[in-house]
Design a binder for this molecule. Structure first.
Ligand SMILES: *Cc1c(COP(=O)(O)O)cnc(C)c1O
Length: 428
């Protein structure tokens, strides 16, 4: 038995992990407290591994909640910005107005504002426009989104009274118009589930045109945030898997007063919530005290502006989500063949078709053709353990690496990593 080292000695012996000294001291203390200082090295490695870091998404899930939903690239110079300064007047400006106007143009809305996420958009809209009032929601739309976001609970937090209308499977216009004294009708997109069979629903057009609801705000929580059903930012037609996914522009055209959606789902931007629609209502939301609590910072606003400009310029390729979504299967096949060629034959690695899914709690029953790599056996853990983790999936005892969600710039890394994994002897 050697004498246990001092905390300081042990921490200094862990310096090669490239972690700040106070964290190494923490690790050393914990290892000594556990009476096992020889575990300190492993514990430091684990601590390092827990840090936020880039991973290769080989799952084929375009919006993978555990991997940060939409991939975003933000180019912001390390400098000040006119976040809240009007360059025209030199007076204090609004962080919401600058980015909001651009966003409104892309949505086909009068006005728009950005908050922290779609959950806070729903909370703010309810609090600002319906607190103390009654809000009708169809019984088939009382959703729970992953992470514990439940419409009835958000409504309760906002101070608005939930009025459930219709039944789980069927809702008619009369269910809404028979409800007395409504401040708002809230339609919620069934993002992550479907109701099939004997069903009936009321369209946005029908609600917008109903004379009984003229003075009732019509708000639609779209969640996924497909900006335009015709996808004008893509060269080809909209991907077939988008069928029936409601879109921001069409929902506003149909007569919604406000639409709410996430920044990091099908919009393909950073985590954010977007409120778009009638100017008076957006401004009313902006004046509510909660707006200050759920406002985004300049990094997020920059990323939203960048994404919005790409939409307006029809540069779908500059939005990583759409570039990946629209990549032809033939391109993915060529990349997979090249990787297999590089790694070599007879190692159990084959180029093979697979299916991608949108993910992120959107389009729950949809998958679409893709191409990737298949490996006999379960390699999920060794792939995740790589220096730059590769997140793969298992299907019928095979490891699947879907190239659709992998940046082509990572193909070389993937080929080298697979070579190392499958054929260690080949590496000098
Ligand atoms: C995803 C979703 C939300 C929550 O969005 P976040 O941006 O994750 O807060 C709210 N409503 C609907 C309908 C959704 O699909």
């Amino acid at each position: 038995m050697t004498r246990p080292p001092s905390v300081d000695q042990l921490a200094r012996s862990l310096r090669h992990h490239d972690l700040p000294h106070p964290i190494l001291v923490e690790v050393a203390r914990e290892a000594i407290a556990q009476g096992d200082h020889e575990q300190a090295d492993r514990m430091a490695a684990e601590r390092k591994r827990r840090m936020l870091q880039p991973v290769v998404n080989a799952t084929g899930v375009l919006l993978h909640t555990n991997l940060g939903r939409a991939p975003v690239r933000v180019a912001v110079d390390p400098t000040y910005s006119n976040l809240e300064l009007s360059l025209a007047t030199g007076q204090r400006g609004s962080r919401q107005k600058t980015v909001g106007d651009t966003l409104a143009a892309a949505c086909g809305a009068e006005a728009a504002m950005v908050v922290n996420n779609c959950a806070s958009a729903v909370l703010l809209v309810m609090a600002a426009l319906a607190a103390g009032g009654r809000v009708a929601v169809g019984r088939g739309e009382l959703v729970e989104i992953g992470g514990g976001f439940r419409i009835p609970e958000v409504m309760a937090q906002s101070g608005a009274e939930l009025v459930e209308v219709g039944t789980t499977n069927r809702c008619r216009l009369a269910d809404y118009t028979d409800a007395d004294d409504l401040a708002m009708v809230l339609k919620v997109h069934r993002s992550n589930y479907k109701i099939v069979g004997f069903t009936q629903d009321v369209s946005i057009e029908t609600l917008a045109r109903a004379p009984e609801l003229t003075d009732t705000a019509l708000v639609v929580d779209l969640g996924s945030g497909l900006l335009d059903a015709s996808c004008p930012w893509l060269e080809g037609p909209p991907p077939s898997w988008l069928v029936d996914e409601p879109a921001v522009r069409q929902t506003l055209d149909a007569g919604a007063d406000l639409v709410l959606f996430s920044g990091d789902k099908l919009f393909g931007g950073p985590q954010a919530g977007i409120i778009a629609g009638r100017r008076d209502l957006v401004e009313q939301c902006g004046r509510h005290p909660l707006a200050r609590a759920v406002r985004p910072g300049s990094l997020v606003l920059h990323a939203i502006q960048q994404t919005t400009l790409a939409y307006l310029d029809r540069r779908g390729d500059d939005i990583p989500l759409w570039r990946m979504a629209a990549t032809p299967v033939a391109d993915l096949t060529a990349r997979a063949d090249a990787i297999v060629g590089k790694v070599g034959p007879d190692l159990g690695l084959v180029s093979a078709p697979c299916d991608s899914v949108p993910g992120g709690g959107t389009l729950p029953t949809v998958s679409f053709p893709s191409h990737g790599l298949r490996l006999d056996g379960d390699f999920v853990t060794p792939l995740r353990d790589l220096e730059r983790p590769v997140i793969a999936r298992i299907e019928n005892d095979e490891t699947i690496l879907d190239l659709r969600t992998i940046d082509p710039a990572d193909d070389g890394y993937l080929a080298d990593a697979l070579t190392l994994l499958l054929h260690p002897a080949a590496v000098p």
